[in-house]
Design a protein around this ligand. Structure first.
Ligand SMILES: Cc1cc2nc3c(=O)[nH]c(=O)nc-3n(C[C@H](O)[C@H](O)[C@H](O)COP(=O)(O)OP(=O)(O)OC[C@H]3O[C@@H](n4cnc5c(N)ncnc54)[C@H](O)[C@@H]3O)c2cc1C
Length: 314
């Protein structure tokens, strides 16, 4: 198994910027991410990122990605679910059980869609389980899909999916929706859509790909298997930091860092929206990513007894 110089968890503004910096220091860099772009995939117009008068969030993230890859970053898709400290290195375990070993870790996994916390969710994340309809709807052509949620984002996702999918189930645990009535009515009248209320997801089934959902009606507790190919989880955003709480200090679920992006564990750095930084913007996430990248480089150098760099032109 290769030992990476750094593994960056989260491939968006903070993580890709960190990768640009670590790669330019010749560090063997792996980015692990559920998607490329994170919250910026939801931003139609980014008007305050210096250097661009106006650019869409996804386009900006494509440029970040290209730059990181050009400098040598490798990217794999999936969800990291466990971080452990070994004797000299760190071990990262993925939702599908794959493991990676690294000398340093950069945590830049921002905010994610609130998880359902059901079996199968992590295993198929990014491969049948999705959290961004804008990004992944085009891959559902001719398929049967489910959207979970009852707010505007769930209904907007369902509407978008009707343009591609064969059938769209909208599954909500209550019998009332938070979404605006006008949005709900628009969806209710679509032939392709079936709304299932008072229902929760118990399990996402499949071997290599998602093939069904086990759903439960919360009124009579009856269960049923619903054949689908993809599921879109649209139940809000959270900071999902519990899985790293063994190695970093948290405050309101945010990872506490100092000015060098260091956490309480030497060798683990954090950047962007996942940290306790007071400003959650693309430019600040990118800057913190750069700091984390340089700090991880300095950490390795000092471990090897070499002098550290300051990147101050003096
Ligand atoms: C609708 C909207 C509009 C916005 N508009 C603007 C704007 O105009 N200007 C501006 O400056 N900012 C804007 N922001 C804020 C900006 O998008 C964020 O500050 C920025 O995206 C933070 O970047 P990040 O890299 O820290 O995290 P995120 O963008 O949250 O990315 C985190 C990445 O980590 C991945 N990930 C999460 N958990 C895991 C895991 N366990 N394993 C592997 N990968 C994981 C995710 O898939 C994602 O790729 C907006 C945000 C939203 C939601």
């Amino acid at each position: 198994m290769p030992i990476w110089d750094t593994i960056i968890i989260g491939g968006a503004a903070a993580g890709l910027s960190a990768a640009i910096y670590t790669c330019r220091k010749n560090m063997k860099t792996l980015v692990i991410s559920i998607d490329i772009g994170g919250q910026n995939l939801l931003t139609e117009q980014e008007e305050n990122y210096p250097g661009y008068i106006e650019l869409s969030g996804p386009k900006l993230m494509q440029i970040f990605q290209k730059q990181a890859i050009n400098f040598g970053a490798e990217i794999i898709f999936g969800k990291a679910t466990k971080l452990e400290k070994l004797d000299k290195n760190f071990k990262i375990t993925m939702g599908n059980g794959d493991e990676y070993i690294t000398k340093t870790v950069i945590l830049s996994f921002g905010k994610i869609s609130r998880p359902l916390n059901v079996e199968g969710e992590n295993k198929f994340m990014g491969r049948g389980v999705h959290t961004c309809a804008t990004c992944d709807a085009p891959f559902t052509k001719g398929k049967n899909v489910a959207v979970i949620g009852g707010g505007n984002s769930a209904f907007e996702a369902a509407e978008l999916l009707t343009k591609f999918a064969n059938k769209v189930y909208l599954i909500h645990r209550r019998d009332e929706f938070k979404a605006d009535p006008i949005t709900v009515d628009k969806i209710k009248n679509k032939n392709k859509v079936e709304i299932i209320i008072n229902t929760i997801i118990k399990k996402i089934n499949g071997e290599k790909n998602v093939d069904s959902l086990l759903i439960e009606n919360i009124i009579d507790n009856s269960t049923k298997e619903l054949k689908i190919d993809s599921v879109f989880i649209e139940i809000g955003y959270i900071l999902d930091t519990d899985w790293v709480s063994n190695l970093v200090k948290l405050e309101n679920r945010q990872i506490i860092t100092n000015k060098k992006a260091e956490t309480i564990t030497p060798g683990i750095f954090a950047a962007g929206d996942v940290t306790n930084s007071p400003y959650k913007q693309t430019i600040t996430a990118a800057a913190e990513g750069a700091i984390a990248g340089l700090s991880s480089y300095n950490y390795l150098r000092s471990k090897e007894g070499k002098s550290t760099i300051s990147l101050d032109w003096k």
